[in-house]
Design a protein around this ligand. Structure first.
Ligand code: GAR
Length: 186
């Protein structure tokens, strides 16, 4: 039996698109009702849900609504791909050990919301991409896979960023497969 996955994304959703083109995705969730990822989901025929933290009394209530969705869809693995909120106790209590995240830097270097810009600003010779289990910290959970991405001579932040994203698009599918998620049937 394949693992059923849900993908969470806050904005653009390019990682979601790469994943959905290769694997069945039960649904995508966004914490922004106007996120571009929702357009991508529609084009790809993937069910989507969106609601915002500010629509709830507190984060626990917001996360309880997310847990309901995950349980309703019998999700085995939650795949964070540009989900820009810290996962709090309500969601973690149910899904710790079944939730992974991708980060555009070589953790523990440059955690947080600006991994690419921070590495660029620090002038490092190389950064990278990390996929890790989600725990209660910021980009701090156990690392599953990470790869280096060099900063090349003549790079601009845009070309550097593109190379990091290309590595993300390669690594996330490989990691999903290694965790027992089956690709679309031919
Ligand atoms: C990705 O680069 C992802 O690694 C990053 O947000 C981007 C989302 O792009 N996540 C983080 O920085 C988490 N700390 P996408 O919406 O086009 O997939």
């Amino acid at each position: 039996m394949t693992k059923r996955i849900a993908v969470f994304a806050s904005g653009n959703g390019s990682n979601f698109q790469v994943i959905a083109e290769q694997f069945p995705v039960a649904f995508v969730f966004s914490d922004h009702r106007d996120a571009y990822v929702l357009e991508r989901a529609k084009s790809l025929g993937v069910p989507s849900y969106a609601f915002e933290l500010k629509e709830f009394d507190n984060k626990a209530a917001y996360e309880a609504a997310i847990v309901d969705l995950l349980e309703e869809h019998e999700i085995d693995l939650v795949v964070l791909a540009g989900y820009m909120k810290i996962v709090a106790s309500t969601l973690l209590a149910k899904y710790e050990g079944r939730m992974i995240n991708i980060h555009p830097a070589y953790l523990p270097e440059f955690p947080g919301a600006h991994g690419i810009e921070d590495a660029w600003a620090a002038g490092v010779a190389e950064s990278g991409v990390t996929i890790h289990w989600v725990d209660s910290g910021v980009d701090s959970g156990q690392i599953i896979r990470q790869e280096r991405v060099p900063r090349l001579e003549g790079d601009t932040i845009d070309s550097f960023e593109e190379r990091i994203h290309a590595m993300e698009y390669r690594l996330y599918p490989e990691v999903l497969e290694s965790l027992g998620v089956k690709r679309h049937q031919e």
